[in-house]
Design a protein around this ligand. Structure first.
Ligand SMILES: Cc1cc2nc3c(=O)[nH]c(=O)nc-3n(C[C@H](O)[C@H](O)[C@H](O)COP(=O)(O)O)c2cc1C
Length: 200
């Protein structure tokens, strides 16, 4: 499918048919998400994958009862990772393993460390969350490209999610993507005209 057709036909699915995606399909989607662009390449997030029906049921009241949670195949919980320092250290190792010359690693790491030092906790959260949304864009269009459906979701209680999923303090649930096969129909697309969105 051409990218244009993917973005025109993808829609926020409200109800899935309960079918479980094959391991191959979900792996392909995770790979698309993994390839996401991010500031410095740091990908400051962790994506928790929920497939257990009992856990999904427990999450339902914390998701305003939205049916996507219990009918989807996989529930992806995009968590902003506040441990940016940890990510920078991991990145330095990754660069080393990937054969980046040592003299190029330290200057890059220094720039990242200076950037991190300039962020307060709120700034860190906001920055990390902005990165997660780029991955969410890839997830929803990626799902459509692989022949299944999705819904990006902010309608949930992050604190309750943290408790139910027993998340460490550095991971802040920020946005969800439910994926599976739709059991509903898309509504006509409602979008602002070009002159409202784009200005010379
Ligand atoms: C960040 C974000 C959060 C959203 N949260 C929800 C949600 O909690 N529940 C829901 O049913 N749809 C949610 N949506 C879907 C939007 O309502 C939907 O994308 C929009 O109305 C456009 O419709 P379309 O995606 O079907 O073209 C969300 C979309 C985005 C991008």
């Amino acid at each position: 499918m051409e990218f244009k057709e993917i973005v025109e036909t993808r829609y926020a699915t409200k109800r899935f048919d309960g079918q479980v995606l094959s391991g191959e399909k979900i792996d392909q989607l995770l790979e698309i998400i993994r390839m996401s662009a991010s500031s410095f390449g740091l990908q400051p997030y962790v994506i928790k994958i929920v497939t257990d029906d009992a856990v999904k049921k427990e999450l339902m009241p914390a998701s305003f009862g939205q049916e996507q949670i219990t009918t989807c195949s996989h529930l992806l919980v995009f968590c902003a990772n506040l441990d940016v320092k940890g990510r920078i250290d991991e990145y330095a190792k990754l660069m080393g393993k990937s054969g980046v010359p040592q003299e190029n690693i330290m200057p890059y790491i220094d720039v990242m460390k200076k950037f991190e030092a300039g962020l307060d906790e709120q700034g860190k959260l906001s920055w990390a969350q902005r990165q997660t949304y780029i991955a969410v864009g890839n997830a929803i269009n990626g799902a459509k490209s692989l022949g299944f459906d999705s819904c990006p979701m902010e309608g949930f209680d992050p604190k309750a999610y943290s408790e139910i999923l027993k998340l460490p303090e550095n991971l802040i649930p920020s946005v969800l993507v439910t994926v599976g096969y739709a059991a509903d129909e898309p509504k006509p697309k409602l979008r602002y005209p070009k002159h409202v969105l784009f200005q010379a």
